[in-house]
Write a protein that binds this ligand. Structure first.
Ligand code: 4NP
Length: 150
């Protein structure tokens, strides 16, 4: 599956690291990657606050590098999980078939959060990164349960 946000330095690399971590713990054979709809941070490490936050949960995302979403993802992944409505619009606009569009879901369609969008911690503080972690953790567990992977 592919995790998608705007910059690919905060929310989606956190989601990628978390999904990898949970898959490993549960012996699930999943291919996980992430990208951003923008070209702002191609080749860059995740935001240092995101790295620090994830490290507190023993998840190392320091080796990830920013990349931009391209339409090849529609063929490469079964699920494209986006963080917010703007990501959804941008990704859907690149889809050329109904089959491709069906692969794209808001990540908060899964789990128990009442939010529809994962708030962007880029504008916030460490506490916001931890909140993002909690929201993503709930959504990912929900995703794995609802898609029959656990
Ligand atoms: P992300 O956060 O989409 O969760 O990676 C952002 C990171 C950088 C920018 C915006 C959002 N930016 O405008 O540079």
């Amino acid at each position: 599956m592919l995790m998608v946000c705007l910059g690919n330095i905060c929310r989606s690399p956190m989601a990628e690291g978390l999904m990898r971590h949970i898959a490993q713990q549960r012996n699930l054979n999943l291919q996980v990657d992430s990208s951003g709809t923008s070209n702002y941070h191609i080749g860059e490490s995740p935001d240092k606050r995101a790295i620090r936050c994830m490290k507190e949960y023993d998840i190392d995302i320091s080796g990830l590098r920013g990349s931009q979403f391209t339409s090849s993802a529609f063929d490469l992944f079964d699920y494209i999980l986006v963080m917010d409505q703007s990501n959804l619009r941008n990704v859907i606009s690149l889809a050329t078939s109904e089959e491709h569009k069906k692969k794209v879901r808001l990540i908060l369609d899964y789990g128990s959060s009442e939010l529809r969008e994962v708030p962007d911690p880029w504008y916030g503080d460490m506490i916001d990164f931890h909140r993002t972690y909690e929201i993503l953790n709930d959504a990912i567990i929900g995703f794995l349960t609802e898609t029959g992977n656990v």
